[in-house]
Design a protein around this ligand. Structure first.
Ligand code: PLP
Length: 429
């Protein structure tokens, strides 16, 4: 968003006076931008998913480079311009009165952002903290959970490396036992997935790690059904939701998991370095904080907020990211991302020499998919796409999955995906 320079300086100036003149600065969209989004308000999500005019307008909110096609929006995705501007303004605002801000204002702002984030995610502020990313959120849980030698944890060979590394560290340090199962790439139904976890449960099982939206394939797992099964056997569930919040339409309360971590710089569109950890109220007492705290009770979520000095500009700008997300609407975002994935995968589904490593059913995937070309190692495939066709993706070469991950975003044009399809056809010929 581009503020007229004079208005901008006036706002900045007002912040330098007294501490009381330091409200959380949450810039609104310009009237033109508001108008652009509002005029589509009554159109339903599935119709809008195919409306290129609407998505072209959304694209205008981002500064998309035009010298290559970015189909690797999974690592983290571009922050919209109004949110970037808010972050810059927050940085300046805090820098003007650095210690007053940190001593007198940061917690008010933080708690306001926290409330908005809790509303968006579907939990209460008493069950969550704003942290740096999913790794911090879930490693805090995995390393802090009260588990003893011989206790078992279940995970899959498609879970994210950092979470498996944390469990492996606990195995070395505390002699817990990790059971790694494999999951089908194309399950027939949810029950097949639930059964895979259930078979690995023993009387010593304490916890299951479930990746909600698997980053290497894009498969969406039925977390709620897995949690229902696990809870019926007294087993807790950690949901790795790094890729699902702000991407698919759900609330944490729908999942009924015990622990949850996400990265807000992925699909919520917040500035880089934002994440969220959720712990169900009655489980907080079971988890040791990673950073020592002796100011709060064991069952108080604030024991996880003892993190020292942090960059509050990026935290405050989460509010702006949420405002932007809410204006677009998660139902519309989900429908568009699914449409984009369907648009390119359906053209390659039956193509000889091409393998799609992602389920085709709508509810079992969303915007992310993984594609392999027979005879081409994943790294070579990703390199050729970039070097020869100017399309950036990421190679996935694991025991379970081989291919390149393709992740469009709201600013992706159908022409970009047409180019991908024709490049893949050429490479498989
Ligand atoms: C499934 C999954 N979990 C966790 C992470 C870690 O996210 P971050 O690096 O933001 O901590 C990622 C990152 O891509 C991921 O895909």
């Amino acid at each position: 968003m581009h503020y007229p320079r004079r208005a901008f300086l006036k706002k900045m100036g007002s912040l330098s006076t007294t501490a009381a003149a330091m409200p959380l600065f949450n810039p609104k969209f310009s009237p033109q931008q508001e108008e652009k989004i509002e005029k589509w308000a009554d159109i339903n999500a599935s119709r809008l998913a195919k409306d290129e005019k609407f998505w072209e307008e959304i694209r205008q909110f981002y500064s998309v480079p035009n010298d290559y096609i970015n189909l690797e929006n999974g690592y983290y995705s571009m922050t919209a311009d109004p949110v970037m501007d808010a972050q810059d303004q927050q940085n300046r605002r805090i820098n003007l009165n650095p210690s007053i801000y940190m001593r007198q204002h940061k917690w008010d702002d933080y708690n306001r952002v926290k409330q908005a984030m809790a509303d968006f995610a579907g939990c209460t502020p008493e069950e969550m903290v704003l942290c740096r990313n999913t790794t911090e959120a879930l490693d805090t849980v995995i390393l802090g959970l009260k588990m003893e030698a011989g206790d078992e944890a279940i995970m899959t060979n498609q879970d994210y490396g950092s979470m498996r590394a944390a469990f492996n560290q606990r195995a070395r340090r505390d002699k817990i036992v990790n059971k790694v199962i494999s999951l089908p790439l194309h399950p027939k139904n949810d029950q097949e997935v639930v059964d895979a976890y259930e078979k690995a449960i023993t009387p010593r099982t304490k916890v299951i790690l479930v990746t909600h939206l698997i980053n290497i394939t894009g498969q969406v797992l039925p977390v709620r059904k897995i949690a229902d099964m696990a809870h019926s056997k007294g087993v807790e569930v950690i949901s790795d939701s790094a890729h699902s919040l702000g991407h698919i339409d759900f609330k944490i309360s729908d999942l009924d998991c015990d622990y949850f971590g996400t990265s807000l710089h992925k699909w919520v569109g917040a500035p880089l370095g934002n994440g969220m950890m959720y712990i169900r109220k009655d489980k907080i007492e079971r988890v040791w904080p990673l950073l020592g705290d002796d100011s709060h009770a064991d069952d108080d979520i604030r024991k996880f907020e003892h993190w020292g000095t942090r960059p509050h500009a990026i935290i405050n700008a989460i509010l702006d990211a949420l405002e932007f997300q809410n204006k677009i609407g998660i139902d519309r975002k989900q429908a568009r991302l699914r449409y984009l994935k369907h648009y390119w995968t359906s053209q390659l589904k039956e193509h000889p020499g091409i393998i799609i490593n992602t389920p085709f059913e709508e509810e079992r995937s969303s915007g992310i998919a993984n594609v392999g070309v027979k005879g081409l190692p994943p790294a070579e495939l990703a390199n050729k796409l970039y070097d020869d066709f100017n399309i950036f993706t990421v190679a996935i070469d694991t025991e379970a999955v081989k291919g390149t991950r393709v992740t469009p975003h709201l600013y992706t044009k159908l022409e970009d995906l047409d180019q991908l399809v024709s490049a893949l056809k050429e490479l498989s010929a």
